[in-house]
Design a protein around this ligand. Sequence first.
Ligand SMILES: [Ca+2]
Ligand SMILES: [Ca+2]
Length: 400
Amino acid sequence: MKNSALTITTIFLLSLAYYSFGGATSAVGPTFVSGTISTDTTWVVTDSPFVVQGVLTIASGVTLTIDPGVVVKFDSPASHIIVHGNLNSNGTLSQPVTFTSINDDSVGGDTNNDGPSTGQPGQWRAIFFLSGTSILNHTNVFFRGTSHGPTILLFANLAVAGGNLTINSGRVAESSGNNIAISSGNLNISGTEIDHAGLDGVLQTNGVTSIVNSSIHDNFRGVAVTGGTAFITQSSIQNNASLGVNKNSPSDMDTRNNFWGDSTGPFHTTNLGGLGNPVSDNVLFKPFLLTNPLVNQAPFVTGLHQLKSDGLTTINESAITTEDTVIFKATLTDPQKDQSKLQVELRQFSEPFTGIDDGGILESGFFLSGSQATIQRFGFVNGQYKWRVRAIDSQNNESP
Ligand SMILES: [Ca+2]
Ligand SMILES: [Ca+2]
C-alpha cells in the first residue's frame, strides 16, 4: 500500500506540472471585445491585449474596470467605445494602461500578426463619454482618427458629451483630430501630457473643464474654447503651432499662473514682448509663470554672510581675520519648497575652483526652503583663501 501511495503522488505531481505548463503556453490575449458590457467587469493583465472590434458599449450604471498594465487596441478606423456607465482605468506609474491602434506594436506585441508595425494618427475613432463618472489614472491614449460617430460631432481621442471624466497623470497624444474634446459635462485634467494633435489639444464647445499641472504642447492649437467654462493653471503651454489658447467667445477665460514656453509670457497685443506661445483675445494670462512648473528648479541663495566664530560678527569681503574659524550662513529658497543644502568650496587663493570633493568642499545638512543654512569651518592656517557657494535641493538640482 505504501508503494502504491507514492506512485499516485508522483502521477499527481506530473499532472500538476502538465497543467502548469499548459497554462503558461495557452493563448493569453489578445482578447476580442465588442457589443455591450451589461454587468460590472474587470479586464486583467493576463488577458491583455484587448482588441475592440467595431463598437463596444458600457451600459448605463455598469462599471468597466481596467487593471494596471492592460493594453487596449482598436481594430479599425471605425472602432470605438461608448461609455454610458463608468470606465475606471487604473494604470500606475510603472504599469500604465494604454489605448492605441491595432497597428501599434510598441505595446502589447504584434497583436495583428503582420510583423513590425507602428501606430499612426487616424487609425481608430474615439472613446465617447456620455454619462456616468469615469477616471483614467496613468493612462495613455494614442492615434485616433478624424472620422466621428453618427450622432456625436466631436473629433477626439477622448470625447466628453456628458457625465464626469477625470484624467490623472496620463498622456493623450497623436490624434489626427483633437486629443480631448468636451461638449457637455465635466472634465478634470491633472498631471497629463496632451500633445501632437492635428487639431486641438483640448477643444471645448460647452461644459466645464479644469486643467492643472499639465503639459500642452506641439498641437495645432493648445486649448480652444467656444463655450462653457474652462480654467487652466500651473501648467506648461508651449510650441503649439497656431495658438496656445484660443478663446472664441466674449467672456474672459482664466489662464493665470501658467508657463508659456518663455519667461516673457505669451505673445498677445497686450504683451508684445512675449516670446511664448501666442494667445487670442479674452484670455486672462497675467500673472504668468517665469519657469516651467513641471520641471523641478534649482534653489537659490540669498543673504550670504561670512562670520567670525561668534556667528554674529561679519567678516567683510577681502578682510583679514585672525581667527582660525569662519562661519558661512545663507538663506536657501526652493521654488518647489524642496529641502536644500548649502555647499561651500574653499580654496587657497592661488588654486582654481575644481568642484571636486577633495576635502575643499563643505556641506550643510538639508534645510526647509526659506530657512538659513550654516557651515562652520575650523582650523584655518595662515594664508589667503577664496570660496564660492551653491545650493542643492533634495532632487539634486544645483544653483548656478
Ligand atoms: Ca503589427
Ligand atoms: Ca527644487
